[in-house]
Design a protein around this ligand. Structure first.
Ligand code: S3P
Length: 750
């Protein structure tokens, strides 16, 4: 049993080691050293380590086992630093590493210590993921994976035994081989496949039909190329470090490829069959031999059909959490960043499917975008006229915001485009953007009823218009402002009620003048955007599920950090407070032109109210969750003037009414709203359990998940995969605060 383990380099590999040790019940001290103090803080918050520092000398005191988990090329300087302060570690200290190549690391050790110290056991866990950073730490990462140890002839047996014990405690299977053999084997089984994946994706991404290739690429392509998402810096280091062995394996591969090329050229079917057959059998053999590598496990996850949630009744809501970044602001950050001159650095970007669809669409129009990596995205702007024609339709999935904002932006381009989406988006009205865009001179085709796909004919001269929107829609407003950037003269948009103003704020942040007087905003076309950094606050729409969860749950006490409280988005705060919620704001500040605050909420009795009609556009995405608050309030909550809810990702009035009926909440549905009669009990449960169909609508799914906190029985929610469009990680956060939620994959045809 080690008394004090020091992990140097707290990334995915180091963090997962700590996580695995904790999961195995290791109770002694684990410390970490990492140049990034945020990673240390995150590691402590995640309960993986007891503390740490950015300097090795400050944490080495008394360490009994030191694990070097830094990138291969950082090993030289880390070993040198270690040699300087090693005397302060425990007298019987053992050192090991996790580097992917071993000969170069052995050289570093010889350089730093004059020889490979007998208490240094070089090693390499064969596990990984394309994710990086301690946030991605996974206690299961090493389970049933191989760890190769490469001791020298004079390595102490006791040191080798202790390192073996370390990895076996994490569920790994330990193999021993010499350094040269390790590098040779890994060059073939790991380094070469990564090289091929990087090369294939890069090659295809340069071709004109890349859009088609990526869009229609089925599982095989995805499986083969998944590892092309791996950390480029780490892989550069590996290829530098294992140069000779990789070159040798590449020679072999090229010879094999040349043979296949020849077979294809001469239509030699037999030769092809022979090769494919051999490969196929070898593959099956390896599969049963290796059984479940992390790649396979992840691939199986990606293959899943629909997702179902099962939420046990009751549970707690306590703690301090930060929900993911704002969806609306994330979409806009990529759009404006792409059209700007210069490089836009985005922090806190929502890595949900909706905003990733926007990001991908710009890549398809030739914009270089790095990331996302833990919410960081770097957009290399191409300027107002720098987009290139995509080689096929732009697919935006479930994202109404993407489709509507793109419609305006693309109407101003010199090339034609087509916008398509998933089944839900294909049912949603697009006439609301196509009609005014046509008034501006755009040429747009929709299918019957003004539905997607949208065909946008480029090269049309746009002119500014004055347009009074028939509905309060930020998407329509933003769409017209985007088109207005390309139009002659002023584009003026009047709104019947205030809607979210992120577009206006961000345009101003990028140096583009936007004016407002009363209910009208306007801009003049022909200007330029200048890149500016963007710090995306946590999404108040995602925070809402936890606000309602805490509001309805006895004993709840929850802080939501860094939430965007733009005045056009805080309907949910106003409505909950009117219902009697104990909700306070603190630490109010402004980041990148958007106000943010920490929200503190505790359980308090709620009362049904007539929701003020002016709050409706300010809480438009929050009603599904607010209906759950209403189901737990004393008396009736009445909503009117909310007909827009019928054209969201689902008909949310109908979907919620169906779900409320399923769990036994009394209500009356009307065309533009609903009356909900709450259970009103302060303790115990306010309704039963039941089975609810989310209709593939993320917010319906999450709303009924929190409803379970006050249900008398389990709530089962079908069709939940789309939660990932707006709230990746919802399940983990929900469990962290105290919900009892399980997800299960359901076969498509079940
Ligand atoms: C959004 C505007 C709202 C909202 C949607 C995001 C935006 O839609 O419901 O989730 O980012 O502009 P409408 O403009 O249709 O009201």
């Amino acid at each position: 049993m080690e008394s004090r383990i020091l992990i140097v380099g707290l990334g995915l590999i180091g963090g997962s080691l700590a996580a695995a040790l904790r999961a195995a019940g290791f109770q002694n001290t684990i410390l970490a050293c990492d140049p990034d103090s945020d990673e240390i803080t995150r590691g402590v918050e995640m309960g993986l380590i007891d503390g740490g520092a950015t300097e090795l000398a400050s944490v080495i005191e008394g360490a009994s086992l030191i694990v070097l988990a830094v990138p291969v090329l950082a090993m030289r300087s880390v070993m040198a630093e270690l040699a300087r302060c090693l005397a302060r570690a425990a007298p019987d200290v053992v050192i090991t590493d996790v580097g992917s190549t071993k000969a170069t690391i052995r050289d570093c050790a010889r350089e730093a210590f004059g020889q490979v110290p007998p208490n240094l056991v070089l090693g390499h866990p064969i596990a990984g993921s394309e994710k990086s950073g301690v946030a991605a730490a996974n206690p299961e990462l090493y389970v049933r994976h191989k760890v190769i140890l490469t001791p020298e002839p004079d390595t102490e047996a006791s040191a080798l035994a202790r390192v073996r014990t370390l990895w076996e405690a994490c569920g790994a299977e330990v193999l021993v081989m010499d350094v040269e053999r390790h590098d040779h084997v890994l060059a073939r089984t790991s380094h070469l496949p990564h090289l091929l994946a990087f090369s294939l994706v890069d090659t295809l991404a340069r071709q004109d039909e890349r859009m088609e290739i990526f869009r229609y690429a089925a599982g095989g392509f995805r499986d083969f190329t998944r590892i092309a998402g791996s950390d480029p810096v780490m892989w550069r280091d590996i290829f530098v470090a294992n140069r000779e062995a990789v070159l040798a394996s590449l020679d072999d591969f090229e010879a094999g490829l040349a043979r296949l090329r020849q077979a294809i050229e001469s239509s030699d079917g037999d030769a092809m069959l022979a090769t494919f057959d051999r490969a196929r059998h070898a593959r099956h053999y390896f599969e049963s031999l290796l059984n479940k590598t992390s790649y396979q496990a992840e691939y199986q996850m990606q293959q899943q059909g629909k997702l179902r949630y099962r939420v046990a009744p009751g549970g707690a809501v306590t703690g301090r959490i930060r929900v993911p970044g704002d969806k609306s602001i994330s979409h806009r950050s990529i759009m404006l960043g792409a059209l700007a001159e210069g490089v836009t650095e985005v922090k806190g970007f929502l890595e949900g499917e909706d905003s990733l669809a926007t990001l991908q669409a710009f890549r398809e129009m030739g914009v270089a975008i790095e990331g996302p990596y833990q919410g960081r995205v770097t957009v290399h702007g191409v300027g107002m006229h720098g987009l290139k024609a995509p080689s096929g339709p732009l697919y935006v999935g479930n994202a109404g915001t993407a489709m509507r904002l793109f419609a305006g932006l693309l109407a101003g381009q010199g090339f034609d485009t087509e916008l398509t989406g998933d089944a839900s988006l294909t049912k949603r009205p697009m006439g609301r953007v196509a009609d005014p865009l046509r008034l501006m001179g755009a040429e747009i085709d929709t299918v019957e009823g003004g539905r997607p796909p949208l065909r946008i004919h480029g090269g049309k001269a746009l002119r500014g218009i004055t347009y009074d929107m028939p509905m309060a829609s930020a998407q329509v407003k933003s769409c017209l402002l985007f088109a207005g950037l390309y139009a002659e003269g002023e584009t003026r948009v009047g709104e019947p009620a205030p809607t979210r103003d992120h577009t206006e704020r961000m345009l101003q942040g990028f140096g583009y003048e936007v004016h407002r007087e009363g209910d009208t905003c306007w801009l003049s076309g022909g200007g330029r955007l200048t890149a500016a950094p963007i710090d995306v606050p946590a999404d108040i729409s995602s925070a809402t599920f936890f606000l309602v969860a805490a509001a309805i749950t006895p004993g709840a006490d929850l802080v939501l950090e860094h939430v965007g409280i733009n005045p056009t988005r805080i309907g949910v705060i106003n409505i909950l407070q009117l219902m009697g919620a104990d909700l306070t704001l603190s630490n109010e500040r402004e980041v990148g032109g958007e106000p943010v605050a920490d929200l503190h909420i505790r359980h308090a009795p709620l009362t049904g109210i007539d929701i003020p009609v002016e709050q409706v556009p300010l809480a438009i995405d929050e009603f599904p969750a607010l209906f759950i608050a209403a189901a737990n309030a004393e008396g009736t909550t009445r909503l009117r003037g909310a007909e827009e809810l019928r054209v969201k990702e689902s008909d949310r009035l109908q979907a919620m009414a169906n779900g409320l009926a399923a769990i036994g909440v009394e209500h009356t549905l009307v065309e533009d709203g609903i009356d909900i009669l709450g259970g009103g009990r302060f303790e115990g449960h306010n309704y039963g359990g039941g089975r609810v169909d989310s209709l593939g609508d993320h917010r319906i799914a999450m709303s009924f998940a929190i409803a379970a906190l006050r249900a008398g029985d389990e709530i089962i929610i079908d069709d939940c995969a789309n939660v990932a469009t707006s709230f990746p990680g919802f399940i983990d956060l929900a469990r962290k605060v105290g919900l009892q939620l399980e997800e299960e994959a359901v076969e498509e045809d079940a």
